[in-house]
Design a binder for this molecule. Structure first.
Ligand code: RTP
Ligand code: MG
Length: 137
């Protein structure tokens, strides 16, 4: 089976009308969108998804942000898609994310507590399979 990763377009990306642009970049790179849905996260899904960050100072602002509006969940598929999508997304902080990346081209600091950085991408095979199970069943 080909490698799969979980992509979330966060509430800022959906609200700013960037869903199509972000999916376009994934497809233009050559990955396949295998699953796709617009949804609103539940507190339970976010507790599971962000379990590794529980207790960190940005945890509660992050969860509140993720609950603030609809998101788009997708499974992208292809050889190397896990590091490949993280490379397309760019560094976590959109202010310093490289131009050419989703966060670098489309994101910035909006002066808020949480880093609104448009997308999430799984960081390992284990995370990807676990996270896909949270958002798709
Ligand atoms: P992601 O999980 O969303 O793909 O992003 P990432 O791996 O680049 O970042 P991670 O360290 O996993 O953090 C998850 C999300 O929490 C927010 N964050 N804010 N210091 C901060 O203000 C801070 N650090 C992290 C970001 O929204 C980040 O994407
Ligand atoms: Mg992460």
């Amino acid at each position: 089976m080909s490698e799969r990763t979980l992509v979330l377009i966060k509430p800022d990306g959906v609200a700013r009308g960037l869903t199509g642009e972000i999916l376009r970049r994934i497809e233009a790179k050559g990955y396949v969108i295998a699953e796709l849905k617009k949804t609103t996260a539940t507190a339970e899904q976010l507790a599971a998804h962000y379990a590794e960050h529980e207790g960190k100072p940005f945890y509660q602002p992050l969860v509140d942000f993720m609950l603030s509006g609809p998101i788009v969940a997708a499974v992208a598929e292809g050889e190397g898609v896990i590091p490949g999508f993280r490379s397309l997304a760019g560094q976590t902080d959109p202010t310093t994310a490289a131009p050419g990346t989703i966060r670098g081209d489309l994101g910035r600091d909006w002066g808020e507590k949480v880093q609104k950085n448009l997308v999430h991408g799984s960081d390992s095979i284990e995370s990807a399979e676990r996270e896909i199970g949270i958002w798709f069943n």
